[in-house]
Design a protein around this ligand. Structure first.
Ligand code: ZN
Length: 126
Protein backbone atom coordinates (compact mmCIF):
# COMPACT_ATOMS: atom_id res chain seq x y z
CA UNK A 1 0.00 0.00 0.00
CA UNK A 2 1.23 3.45 -0.91
CA UNK A 3 1.47 5.83 2.03
CA UNK A 4 -1.48 8.22 2.18
CA UNK A 5 0.80 11.20 2.89
CA UNK A 6 1.73 11.68 -0.78
CA UNK A 7 5.47 10.93 -0.55
CA UNK A 8 4.98 8.11 -3.06
CA UNK A 9 6.69 5.67 -0.66
CA UNK A 10 5.10 2.46 0.58
CA UNK A 11 3.27 2.93 3.89
CA UNK A 12 5.60 0.38 5.51
CA UNK A 13 8.61 2.59 4.66
CA UNK A 14 6.98 5.92 5.42
CA UNK A 15 4.42 6.59 8.15
CA UNK A 16 3.71 3.08 9.42
CA UNK A 17 6.88 2.80 11.57
CA UNK A 18 6.06 6.21 13.02
CA UNK A 19 2.48 5.13 13.80
CA UNK A 20 3.72 1.95 15.44
CA UNK A 21 6.33 3.75 17.53
CA UNK A 22 9.18 1.92 15.78
CA UNK A 23 10.74 5.11 14.41
CA UNK A 24 10.20 8.60 15.82
CA UNK A 25 9.42 11.33 13.31
CA UNK A 26 12.75 13.17 12.85
CA UNK A 27 11.21 16.46 11.78
CA UNK A 28 8.02 18.44 12.27
CA UNK A 29 7.16 17.78 8.63
CA UNK A 30 7.52 14.02 9.11
CA UNK A 31 5.25 14.22 12.13
CA UNK A 32 2.76 16.29 10.13
CA UNK A 33 2.78 13.64 7.40
CA UNK A 34 2.25 10.88 9.95
CA UNK A 35 -0.74 12.73 11.36
CA UNK A 36 -2.27 13.19 7.93
CA UNK A 37 -1.82 9.46 7.28
CA UNK A 38 -3.33 8.72 10.66
CA UNK A 39 -6.43 10.70 9.70
CA UNK A 40 -6.58 8.84 6.38
CA UNK A 41 -6.24 5.46 8.08
CA UNK A 42 -8.30 6.32 11.18
CA UNK A 43 -5.32 5.77 13.47
CA UNK A 44 -6.77 7.83 16.31
CA UNK A 45 -4.26 6.22 18.69
CA UNK A 46 -1.48 8.03 16.85
CA UNK A 47 -3.41 11.28 16.51
CA UNK A 48 -3.65 11.43 20.30
CA UNK A 49 -0.10 10.20 20.95
CA UNK A 50 1.36 12.81 18.60
CA UNK A 51 -0.60 15.68 20.18
CA UNK A 52 1.01 17.93 22.79
CA UNK A 53 -0.40 17.06 26.23
CA UNK A 54 -1.30 20.72 26.88
CA UNK A 55 -3.59 21.02 23.85
CA UNK A 56 -4.65 17.41 23.26
CA UNK A 57 -8.40 16.70 23.23
CA UNK A 58 -9.73 13.84 25.36
CA UNK A 59 -10.88 11.89 22.32
CA UNK A 60 -10.79 12.15 18.56
CA UNK A 61 -13.33 10.78 16.15
CA UNK A 62 -12.68 10.41 12.48
CA UNK A 63 -15.61 10.48 10.12
CA UNK A 64 -16.54 9.05 6.75
CA UNK A 65 -14.34 11.47 4.86
CA UNK A 66 -11.85 10.07 2.36
CA UNK A 67 -8.49 11.87 2.42
CA UNK A 68 -7.12 12.26 -1.07
CA UNK A 69 -3.91 14.23 -0.83
CA UNK A 70 -1.45 16.22 1.23
CA UNK A 71 0.58 19.13 -0.08
CA UNK A 72 3.24 20.69 2.13
CA UNK A 73 3.47 24.36 1.19
CA UNK A 74 6.10 25.60 3.61
CA UNK A 75 8.07 24.64 6.69
CA UNK A 76 9.90 26.81 9.21
CA UNK A 77 12.46 25.27 11.58
CA UNK A 78 11.16 21.88 12.75
CA UNK A 79 14.46 20.13 12.04
CA UNK A 80 16.05 17.37 14.11
CA UNK A 81 17.81 19.92 16.35
CA UNK A 82 15.03 22.47 16.64
CA UNK A 83 12.60 22.77 19.53
CA UNK A 84 9.76 24.28 17.52
CA UNK A 85 8.59 24.29 13.98
CA UNK A 86 5.69 25.15 11.74
CA UNK A 87 4.29 23.38 8.72
CA UNK A 88 1.87 24.99 6.28
CA UNK A 89 -0.13 22.47 4.29
CA UNK A 90 -3.20 21.74 2.24
CA UNK A 91 -4.99 18.47 2.95
CA UNK A 92 -7.80 17.43 0.64
CA UNK A 93 -10.70 15.16 1.36
CA UNK A 94 -13.99 14.08 -0.14
CA UNK A 95 -17.15 13.83 1.90
CA UNK A 96 -20.60 13.14 0.49
CA UNK A 97 -19.19 13.54 -3.00
CA UNK A 98 -17.83 17.03 -2.32
CA UNK A 99 -14.16 17.96 -2.22
CA UNK A 100 -12.81 20.05 0.65
CA UNK A 101 -9.38 21.42 1.45
CA UNK A 102 -7.98 22.04 4.92
CA UNK A 103 -5.44 24.86 4.62
CA UNK A 104 -3.60 25.25 7.89
CA UNK A 105 -0.40 26.45 9.49
CA UNK A 106 0.38 24.00 12.27
CA UNK A 107 2.77 24.50 15.16
CA UNK A 108 4.90 21.67 16.48
CA UNK A 109 7.17 21.36 19.50
CA UNK A 110 9.90 18.85 20.25
CA UNK A 111 10.57 17.61 23.77
CA UNK A 112 11.28 13.88 23.87
CA UNK A 113 9.60 13.70 20.46
CA UNK A 114 7.91 16.01 17.98
CA UNK A 115 4.29 16.72 18.82
CA UNK A 116 1.51 18.79 17.31
CA UNK A 117 0.65 21.88 19.37
CA UNK A 118 -2.07 23.71 17.46
CA UNK A 119 -3.08 24.97 14.07
CA UNK A 120 -4.14 28.23 12.49
CA UNK A 121 -6.69 27.82 9.72
CA UNK A 122 -5.81 29.77 6.60
CA UNK A 123 -9.25 29.41 5.09
CA UNK A 124 -10.69 26.41 3.32
CA UNK A 125 -11.29 26.25 -0.39
CA UNK A 126 -13.25 23.78 -2.41
ZN1 ZN B 1 3.77 8.74 4.88
Amino acid sequence: MRCPCSTGLPYAECCEPVHDGARPAPTAEALMRSRYSAFALHRTDWLLASWDAATRPATIETGDERWIGLEIEATEAGGPFDREGTVTFRASYVEDGERFVVHERSRFARTDAWRYVDGHALGGTR
